[in-house]
Design a protein around this ligand. Structure first.
Ligand SMILES: NC(=O)c1ccc[n+]([C@@H]2O[C@H](COP(=O)([O-])OP(=O)(O)OC[C@H]3O[C@@H](n4cnc5c(N)ncnc54)[C@H](OP(=O)(O)O)[C@@H]3O)[C@@H](O)[C@H]2O)c1
Length: 361
């Protein structure tokens, strides 16, 4: 059927559109304003139905890009992982080694790096290199990243996981945040990531010209998605990392380097101080597995380019924050505010208890 003309016809004082289909005139028995409103409503329903179905499909049947596809066929490929001495970084190092990547382990504790290097080499039969770096110290960064640059000249750098990160010692208002804490967070989360990426990226662009694609994952946070009161500086660095990741992703897309911002909510780790997993708080192992099996998918970050919220429960949280615009964003801010204030009260109570105990002993 081909509609060759659409025109409006007036009947009983109301304007009705009619469509001419192969010589037959079909009059739509609705006033034009009702039709326009229905079309707008229909477009909204379609938009939400599409993103909801895509979210469900990405969480169940659509596979991510195979993480091994960033490996070279001609030589063994290396993945660099920052902050690999605990939590998510430790798991990224292990799970990438299990996929036969050699690993450059970057961290600030040499003994822990050496232990992990031994574990990974013996368990997965891959090679490792360790680079000692305190991301919060300019001098340490420049020494360490010069080492990385030298390594880049001889090794095939296929994957970079910018994971090292630090938050506030406890939830605190911005007005009371010590300047040293602000510096520590900004240098580790921002400068560490920017400088290392600046060193590694040219090697990736060069290899991907004629070889496999390269991958950079920047570990952000839901605190960079929903503005977190009492963790304002941490949230700002994570929000900034998300913007950085997306701008960089678009810059290097044509050069076959895939950049993604990864958005976790709570995961068991030293940073979150959560020890027991639950429906919404996965172990680092589960979270990293979800990330490495959903590369290239948005999951909860529907409609946001170059971003992924890989773990299913976090994906639903993220999706619902976006769902009703201002109302759901504001609800997210209020919930986070409540959680952080409660957390601060509990930390202060615990400190007071510990101090009282100390006095008694
Ligand atoms: N766990 C969560 O709930 C959660 C939620 C959202 C986002 N994230 C993000 O996930 C990433 C990993 O955190 P995590 O949860 O796994 O916490 P974690 O166990 O505390 O791990 C953080 C890693 O970063 C390293 N690091 C911290 N400061 C450093 C510095 N100045 N120089 C070098 N390395 C440094 C730590 O080294 P040490 O082992 O020496 O301390 C550790 O290896 C972070 O970027 C964090 O913001 C975590």
């Amino acid at each position: 059927m081909v509609a060759d003309t659409i025109h409006l016809q007036t009947s009983s004082g109301l304007v009705h559109p009619s469509v001419n289909v192969l010589g037959y005139e079909i009059v739509v028995d609705l006033p034009i304003h009702t039709l326009i409103l229905s079309a707008i409503g229909g477009a909204f329903v379609l938009r939400y139905a599409y993103s909801w179905l895509k979210l469900l499909a990405e969480l169940t049947i659509i596979p991510g890009i195979n993480v091994k596809s960033f490996q070279s066929r001609k030589t063994s490929t290396w993945a660099l992982v920052t902050g690999c001495t605990s939590g998510l970084g430790l798991e990224f190092a292990r799970q990438l080694a299990a996929k036969k990547y050699n690993i450059v382990l970057l961290g600030r504790r040499q003994e822990a790096l050496d232990d992990l290097a031994k574990e990974i080499e013996s368990k997965y039969g891959v090679q490792t290199k360790t680079v000692l770096v305190d991301m919060a110290q300019a001098e340490s960064r420049s020494t360490a990243f010069a080492q990385v640059e030298a390594l880049g000249k001889e090794l095939d750098f296929g994957v970079l996981i910018n994971n090292a990160g630090v938050s506030h010692e406890m939830p605190v208002t911005f007005a009371e945040t010590p300047l040293a804490e602000i510096d520590n967070i900004v240098q580790t989360n921002f400068l560490g990531t920017f400088h290392l990426t600046r060193v590694v990226l040219p090697f990736m662009i060069a290899r991907s010209k004629s070889g496999p694609k390269s991958l950079i994952l920047n570990i952000g946070s839901m605190d960079g998605r929903v503005p977190p009161t009492l963790l304002a500086v941490y949230g700002a660095t994570k929000g900034g990392l998300s913007v950085f990741s997306k701008a960089l992703a678009e810059e290097v897309r044509g050069q076959r380097v895939l950049v993604n911002a990864v958005t976790p909510a709570f995961v068991i780790s030293n940073m979150s101080k959560i020890r027991k997993s639950s429906l919404t708080v996965p172990t680092a192992k589960v979270f990293v597995h979800a990330t490495l099996t959903s590369i290239g998918l948005a999951r909860g970050a529907q409609g946001r380019p170059y971003e992924m919220t890989p773990f299913w429960a976090h994906a639903f949280m993220d999706y619902f924050v976006s769902l009703f615009g201002y109302a759901s964003e504001m609800a997210g801010i209020k919930i986070v505010d409540y959680v952080h204030k409660d957390l601060r009260r509990r930390v202060l109570r615990k400190r007071a208890r510990d101090a009282a105990k100390g006095k008694q002993e």
